[in-house]
Write a protein that binds this ligand. Structure first.
Ligand code: ZN
Ligand code: ZN
Length: 391
């Protein structure tokens, strides 16, 4: 593994930063201490700092040479609402909150690269270091964009990275095209006519209608989606009634859908509404439907993915970069940045085997041994995409 020597030198320092952030986890749009820390570090490296985008977002701007090209490197800073079960010294000091997805490590890898790039300046153009809040659940990246991220800090391409447990330290995984799915969220309210459980003929039972709706929606996946494409419709909540012998007035159904392309996503939204309305009409019930497109599919563009692959291969060799990883139905709000600019989202291995557990597990921890590798990836990617000789 080829780690940049100047980054190897700061491994211990980066580990201290990571532990400090891990001990003080903050969730969606409340990353006050974390963003203070990030801003303070960037300033100490001589990088121009801009704050306040999406409330707690931080953008660092670093220029070198006279080139007009610009690259965006993005890390997420938020933690999870999860009680940490680890007992090591750097465990979370905040009850019910934890860096259980490794965003503490993502933040530090990008800070490490920022330090290196500010000292070496072996590139020509502008690097925008984007530290976003609220990746989990509420798509803080999307808010940064609506707050004018790319108008205020223009870039030609944008790159993201996430750690992934389950494969060996020193490996990367990526692919061109869809890497992660869209994640939309829906709520349907079915209203009938309530009444006595022994006199169903005098009611319009929203419970039986809801059962038909849930089954009907599953047929969208099996009958309307092209069998060579993929989709998920999951109902995660059904709420209705409060006692055994009363037919309730209404039932609320909530859930999530996943897809890899806009056509499938559009079709799912349209067909879910049609199936809901049709089944309700058939039984004399009425329906309200809300559908929220919260995360777009994460789609890597070909040229930028080639750059990401080349940067990773330089560090770990060809055999340690999976260039055609199987996409997953999870979602990621970096997708919104990829909707605006070409770019690539890559996975860096957090390690496999004993002691390694998946993200969002209360025993998870970001693997400090990969901090210099991730920082070196950011650094080499920047030097490749903004080469000095292009000036
Ligand atoms: Zn997560
Ligand atoms: Zn995450």
């Amino acid at each position: 593994m080829k780690i940049l020597p100047q980054i190897k030198e700061i491994h211990e320092e980066m580990t201290e930063w990571r532990h400090r952030i891990h001990m003080h986890p903050e969730t969606a749009f409340e990353e006050y201490q974390t963003s203070d820390f990030v801003a303070e570090k960037l300033e100490s490296f001589g990088i121009e700092v801009h704050r306040g985008l999406a409330k707690t977002g931080v953008v660092g701007t670093l220029k070198s040479g006279s080139g007009n090209r610009a690259i965006g490197l993005r890390a997420d800073m938020d933690a999870l609402d999860l009680q940490e079960l680890n007992e090591f010294a750097h465990r979370s000091q905040v009850d019910g909150k934890m860096h259980g997805c490794g965003h503490d490590g993502h933040t530090v890898m990008l800070l490490g690269a920022a330090k290196y790039l500010s000292e070496t300046k072996n590139f020509d153009g502008t690097v925008q270091f984007i530290f976003q809040p609220a990746e989990e659940n509420v798509a803080g990246g999307r808010v940064m964009i609506s707050d004018g991220l790319f108008e205020k800090f223009p870039v030609d391409s944008v790159y993201g990275m996430h750690n992934m447990p389950g494969f060996n330290v020193g490996e990367f995984a990526v692919r061109k095209g869809p890497m992660m799915a869209s994640a939309d969220f829906f709520e349907a309210r079915i209203t009938g006519v309530g009444g006595h459980g022994a006199f169903p003929h005098l009611t319009v039972d929203p419970v039986t209608v809801a059962c038909d709706v849930v089954s009907g929606w599953q047929k969208i996946v099996s009958r309307n989606v092209d069998p060579l494409k993929s989709a998920v419709i999951t109902v995660g909540e059904i709420h209705g009634g409060h006692t055994t012998n009363v037919i309730p007035e209404d039932v609320v159904i909530r859930g999530t859908t996943r897809a890899f392309d806009l056509e499938v996503q559009n079709m799912i939204e349209r067909r879910m509404a049609q199936v809901l309305d049709g089944i309700c009409a058939a039984h004399g019930a009425t329906a309200e439907f809300e559908y929220d497109r919260r995360y777009a599919p994460t789609i890597n563009t070909p040229d930028e993915t080639d750059e990401a692959i080349a940067a990773a291969q330089e560090l770990v060799g060809e055999s340690c970069v999976d260039t055609d990883v199987v996409p997953v139905m999870g979602a990621e709000d970096f997708s919104w940045m990829l909707q605006e600019r070409p770019g690539c989202y890559i996975m860096i291995a957090n390690g496999a085997g004993e002691g390694s557990c998946h993200v969002h597990n209360p025993n998870y921890d970001f693997n400090d041994t990969i901090l210099p590798l991730g920082a070196s990836y950011w650094a080499r990617l920047t030097e490749r995409v903004l080469p000095k000789e292009a000036a």
